[in-house]
Design a protein around this ligand. Sequence first.
Ligand code: NAG
Length: 435
Amino acid sequence: MASRGAPLMRGSGSSAPWSRGSRIAVAIGIGVLVGCVFAFLYPDGIFPSNPAHLQGRRNIESNKVSSSCDSSEKIDVLKFELAVALEENAKLKTQVRELSTTLKQAEQGKDQLEKQVMVLGDTHKAGPFGTVKALRTNPLVAPDESVNPRLAKLLEEVAVKKELIVCLANTNVKDMLGVWFENIKKVGIKNYLVVALDDNIEEFCKTNNVPVYRRNPDEGVDSIAKTGGNHAVSGLKFRILREFLQLGYSILLSDVDIVYLQNPFDHLYRDSDVESMSDGHSNMTAYGFNDVFDEPSMGWARYAHTMRIWVFNSGFFYIRPTIPSIELLDRVADRLAKELKSWDQAVFNEELFFPSHPGYDGLHASKRTMDIYLFMNSKVLFKRVRKDEDLSKIKPVIVHVNYHPDKLPRMKALVEYYVNGNKDALKPFPDGSDW
Ligand SMILES: *[C@@H]1O[C@H](CO)[C@@H](O)[C@H](O)[C@H]1NC(C)=O
C-alpha cells in the first residue's frame, strides 16, 4: 500500500494536483466498470472463494497438452481464460481499494502538503557556493475572524499594516501605564492597544483616548487578571496573544515599564517568527558567543566549548502570525499552567532555544535579537551607555526598565534625559538596585 501511495503522490509533484486527482478518478472508474461487467456476466459471484479454482489453472495447463478431445479442450481453454480473468479482476479490485485509500489519505494530507509546498516550493538543487540561503521567514497563517469577531473588528480600526503594539495592564501598574502611553502618543504611534485586565484600567484608557480592549468577563481568566501578580499575568499574556495571531496580526508585545522614544515599526526586520529585545548587556552576551569551559584534569581535551546567549526578554518582542509562533505561545502557556513555579521568561527561552533531543521535539521557530542600543534594557543604559560618550549619543527606539525595581522614577528620568535633553537626569540613580 505504502509503496503504491508514495510514488503516486511524489511523482505528480506540486504543479499538477488536478491531474493527479483525475488520474485517480479514472483508475477508480475503470475498476468500477470492470466490476460491473463481471457482476453482469457472473451474477453468482466472481471472487473465487475456493482457492482450488486458481490452483486448477496449473492442472488445466498441463492437461491441455495431453487432451485429444477438441470440445473438452475448448472448454478447458475457456475455463483457463476465465480463471485468468478472475485473477485479473481480483487484482484490479485490490488496486481500486488501494487507490481509494490513497485518495482518502491524500485528502487528509492535502492540508499538510499545501503547507509544505508553500514553504518549500519545488525541490531545488543547491546553488553555487555562498548563494544558498535557508528559509527563515515562515508563511503567515490564514486569518480566522471566527476566533474572536469583536477583537477582529477592533484590530481592523487600530492596526496599521496588520501590526500593532499590545500591552496587558491591571491596576497595579496604572502609573507606569500612564507614562507608557504618553510617550507612545508623543512619538506619533497610532497602532497600539491596551488589553485592560480590570474595569479601572479600561476606564483609565477610555478617559485618556487610549485604544483599549477588555476581554469578556466570562472567559474564565479574569481571576488571574484581577488579582494576579506579574508572573500570573505573564502566563495569561501568551493565551491572549494567540488570538491576535490567529486573527492574522503581527504583534509587538510590550510590557508597561517601557519608554518609547521612536516608532519601533520603523526599526524591525520582520524576517523571523520572533524578533526580541535581549537581556544581554554587550554584543557577546546579547548575540551569542562561544564560552570555553576549562577542565584541566582532562589534559589534552581540557577545553570544552559551550554556546551561550543571554535570554530574550519576554516583555518586548515582535511575533509574526505563523505556525511556529503560535506553537511557541501554546507550548509556553501549557508549561506555565503545569509548572506553577516556573518563570515565563525562562520557559519562553527554553522553548525557543533548546534543540530536539531524545524524548523531546524542539520548536523550530526562527529568531532574531534586536539591536541592544536601539532596543535597550536598563542595565545597558545605567551601567554603560550613560557613562560612554559615544553610546550616549545614540537615541534608542525604546528603553525597557527591566533590570530595576524603581521603575516609575527611572522611566520619568529617562524621558527627562532623552526627550527633554536634561543630561543630569540619570545621575541620581545607581547602576543596579540596592535591594
Ligand atoms: C557591536 O555590534 C555592532 C553591530 O554589529 C557593531 O557595529 C559594533 O561595532 C559592535 N561593538 C563592539 C564593541 O564590538
